[in-house]
Design a protein around this ligand. Sequence first.
Ligand SMILES: [Mn+2]
Length: 410
Amino acid sequence: MTAEITVPRREKLAAALADKEAIILFAAGEANLEKFKQDNNFLYVTGLQIPEAIYVMYNNGPIPAEYLFIQRNDPAKEVWDGRKMSAEEAKELSGIDHVVYLDEFSAVISMFCPAISKIWANIGSQSMDRPLTMQLYRLSPIRERFPNIVIESITSLITPLRKIKSEWELMQLQRAIDITGKAVIDVMEGSISSMMEYELEAMMFYRMQRMGVKQWGFSPIVGSGINAATLHYKANECRIESGEVVLMDVGASYMNYSADITRCFPISGSFSERQKQIYSIVLDVQKQVIEMIKPGVELGDLNRSARDLLANGMLEIGLIDDVEDVNKYYMHSVSHFLGMDTHDVGGRSAILEAGNVITVEPGIYIPEEKLGIRIEDDVLVTSTGYCVLSQNIPKEIEELEEIRKAALSK
Ligand SMILES: [Mn+2]
């Protein structure tokens, strides 16, 4: 992510900033024996994959002042952690003019604070029964000495930007989705009953990592049989029995953009009649909900339609006797925004605009039959309707059975 991409984003943020307001964004902390995962708001605004850094924008004049505070390189530590990004490199990559070191943060911010009315910061989600987030902790000297400064989450300021994807962002998302799709097909072609769920997870990640993916977008769900009816099953530790349907809710993160795909397939080659019946209802509902997508439609409308359509399907086959009982077998939302975060900014009641990317993921879960079906695609809202970004990943019953039968005949 270069300055070409992030400078226009910061110009839009600056335009949204009122006089005497500031933005402070904290990078993620240094990773300790784990993979570094940058804070997505910091990354969106600076493009920099460095830990501990702080970005400041202060609006006091015709052009807002921008500062980036970075870690100082310590030659003695280079052999352990490698060389830190230099101020020159950070300036070149981000297009931010004033790049200084973190030990100057307090002095610089002290100059601004007397005139600031509000600070927008990536303070994270706050809960009274949890310790302060690292961001709020680092803001506490300001909160103590300048109690009149309002500190507010950056979310409402940055969401209008982040929820409209640029061409470049769509390219990254498409790549994440395509890699995820290839890996899903690998699993469909390479798995047999008696394998463990985690073997399928490993098969997927092998393919993904060979294609340049460093991390999952979210913890992958590979559940067979009754585990597919546990919505956030993450253990992936059971043996897959013949006759079961395997549900995979998975997504690669590519350049910090996350795919989110769910596919189900029959481990023994073909679906049973009952599995087919349930699968067909879910697939049919999913297609109808996707058909509704266009600018102006509310996410809530998609939710209500999905729920009504699923209820009708369940009524028709006698799974429920009353539409009100739909919650017994379908209990989540049908859609969420997708982007740098798997559950991206945008909210649950937004009105769709061109450039939004959302998921469509109806499901039916019947634990007493050891069956869970969810089908999830990633969909771009276009000016006239929609484009299914994951359309190349098979989901028709015939396609799935064909892939499985070919795989099992080898
Ligand atoms: Mn999802």
